[in-house]
Design a protein around this ligand. Structure first.
Ligand SMILES: [Fe+2]
Length: 345
């Protein structure tokens, strides 16, 4: 591979620039180094020197190794947390109706009524400029404060912490901290599933059966923003938990099949206690905060029925590898004895 690239580099650097009339046209030198497509690997790479290329390739191989051990290391961390960490607010681990905003309970009840339609439900929810993105209050302020205090207490503890995903460097995986069974699962099953069934039946919203939940933290001295991306989810709920911050709006483009240069983005402001519900494949990102600290609870909700047909990350028929817990939400056939992840991602 190095020989091929070095020869290509030599050929391009010996090319002469072109003269048309009085104007002389040039190419940018990045043409020789950046965005080099390796046909054999179907991959774009950057090649400055052989040393740089080897260094960057090594970091990719480290990431692959990390992913291979992910389930085991996560289970080990969860076991250590369970044995050593003493929560500050044990009550926040068990979902109670009193945590929820009255408007949210009303919306969910309406979704379960016989006469609900997409239009009548949309009329109940706040209008956002991005298509099929909905905002509504989820938690009351005192629950948000208790949850934040609990998360900060965990952060200060000596307990081991995993990264929520490859894009966020700061945050907490809620399954490792013990929030799944008593909090996230009932929130998904009893409250979010009825909503998603009406809003996103075409994207698996009517058959959500697993999730991955985490809290992300943005701080002026840590992560400031999040690049444009899509989620490994059929439906995502993103709830702002507070603290005080300025800027840091969420922005939405189009679905992942549409290139960014053909997309018009719209911004949505975070408000503490309020959730933003959207399709996982709807491209989005977070603008940088300009001061303070911002915490958000993210729930990636998954439908095995939907993703078993096509992996949302590689867009191919999933080839399954056994995983732990909800893994990446794939299942074999219709029986859900084991959750799996797709080895193509
Ligand atoms: Fe996201």
């Amino acid at each position: 591979m190095f020989c091929k690239l070095s020869s290509a580099l030599f050929l391009v650097t010996t090319m002469t620039n072109e003269r048309i009339g009085d104007a002389q046209f040039y190419i940018c030198s990045c043409f020789m180094t950046d965005n080099i497509f390796l046909e054999d690997y179907k991959l774009h790479v950057r090649f400055m020197t052989e040393d740089q290329f080897r260094r960057e390739y090594e970091s990719i191989s480290k990431e692959v190794d990390r992913r291979l051990c992910l389930a085991e290391t996560s289970l080990n961390r969860a076991a250590v947390i369970k044995n050593t960490y003493r929560p500050l607010h044990p009550h926040v681990y068990h979902l109670q109706e009193t945590f929820l905003a009255p408007e949210f309970k009303h919306i969910v009840k309406y979704c379960q009524s016989q006469n609900v339609t997409l239009k009548s439900l949309s009329d109940l929810l706040a209008k956002e400029t991005a298509p099929r993105v909905y905002r509504f209050p989820v938690f009351n302020k005192s629950f948000c404060a208790d949850l934040l205090n609990e998360l900060e207490h965990f952060e200060r503890s000596a307990a081991p912490k995993g990264r929520p995903n490859t894009m966020n460097n700061y945050g907490i995986l809620l399954s490792e901290l013990g929030f799944d069974q008593g909090f996230v699962t009932p929130l998904r099953e009893q409250y979010l599933h009825p909503l998603a069934s009406v809003l996103y039946p075409d994207c698996g919203g009517h058959c959500l059966d697993s999730h991955r939940a985490f809290v992300v933290k943005y701080d002026i001295k840590e992560d400031l923003d999040l690049s444009y991306h899509y989620d490994n989810a059929e439906v995502t709920l993103n709830v702002s938990l507070g603290r005080d911050f300025t800027e840091g709006n969420l922005y939405f483009g189009d679905m992942r099949q549409v290139p960014l240069n053909e997309t018009e983005c719209s911004e949505i402001k975070h408000r503490a206690g309020e959730g933003i519900l959207h399709r996982g494949q709807h491209m989005h990102g977070a603008l940088p905060i300009s001061s303070g600290q911002r915490w958000n609870l993210i729930i990636w909700m998954r439908s095995s029925q939907e993703r078993n047909k096509l992996c949302p990350m590689c867009n191919r028929k999933p080839v399954l590898v056994e995983g732990e817990g909800f893994a990446d939400g794939f299942t074999r056939r219709s029986t859900r004895l084991l959750a799996d992840f797709c080895e193509l991602t």
